[in-house]
Design a protein around this ligand. Structure first.
Ligand code: 13P
Length: 258
């Protein structure tokens, strides 16, 4: 079974509800149904901030566009100021959620353990998890990339079954490539993706997990470099930051899937 490509936009802390709706309208106008009907049309997801979700979900209604959140808390409810629960995300109608983005790890104390708790909560609530992993520049330069990636993958996926893995998408985002314009070369990205796939093979007895799990690349993916990255055998899509904020750029990346 061929893995279906996924192109996901992480809007981060950008776009009010009005701005988000305008961006979706722009995408609909520019796409005109053509982006989603090629044989290998990818699954396309946008992940706006929480307060923008309902407006974007309403605007995307009737299109193949899917909408995800950028975080989820592991508890059902309670005294967790600033957090959001699975039930709240279910109510608003998202189907996907980004978990463990490096910005959350760097600025908000996210750890492999909390990533794992959030993943389990998201699965319980029927959401597809886009789980982010990636090394810093210092870790790459000190030859720690594979050790860091292995720790993050094992940590995020601890206790998960092959069945759970049907709702997991991994996103390899080297921290040094995020928002810097410094993209990993096709070869650098492919090497880590192949490593992650090998890791999945060793972690799960069913070979279906390594074969079917999508691994996205993220970090300065743009219309100009997307085709080369997406052509790599173990790269199954992209998690896009800056270029997801412009309809033309995001759709150009969607169309780079061959
Ligand atoms: P940029 O595409 O802006 O580098 O961001 C990537 C990212 O962090 C997506 O989650």
């Amino acid at each position: 079974m061929a893995r279906k490509y996924m192109i996901a936009g992480n809007w981060k802390m950008n776009n009010t509800a009005a701005e988000g709706v305008a961006l979706i309208k722009d995408m609909k106008a520019q796409c005109d149904g053509k982006c989603c009907c090629c044989e290998n049309a990818p699954e396309v997801v946008v992940c706006p901030p929480f307060t923008t979700l309902s407006a974007v979900i309403a605007e995307a209604n009737g299109t193949p566009l899917k909408v995800g959140a950028q975080n989820i808390h592991w508890e059902e409810k309670g005294a967790y100021t600033g957090e959001i629960s699975g039930a709240m995300l279910n109510e608003v109608g998202v189907t996907h959620v980004i978990i463990g983005h490096s910005e959350r790890r760097q600025y908000f104390g996210e750890t492999d353990e909390t990533v794992n708790k959030r993943v389990k909560a998201a699965l319980k609530h029927g959401l597809v998890c886009i789980v982010c992993i990636g090394e810093t520049l210092a870790e790459r330069e000190s030859d720690q990339t594979k050790a860091v990636i292995e720790r993050q993958v094992r940590g995020a996926l601890a206790d998960l079954t092959a069945e759970d893995m049907k709702n997991i998408v991994l996103a390899y985002e080297p921290v040094w490539a995020i928002g810097t314009g410094k993209v990993a070369t096709d070869e650098q990205a492919q090497e880590v993706h192949a490593f992650v796939r090998g890791l999945l093979k060793s972690m799960f007895s069913c070979p279906c997990v390594a074969e079917n799990t999508r691994i996205l690349y993220g970090g300065s993916m743009k219309p100009g470099n997307a085709a080369g990255l997406l052509a790599q055998p173990d790269i199954d899509g992209g998690l896009i930051g800056g270029a997801a904020l412009k309809a033309a750029d995001f759709l150009a990346i969607v169309k780079s899937v061959k």
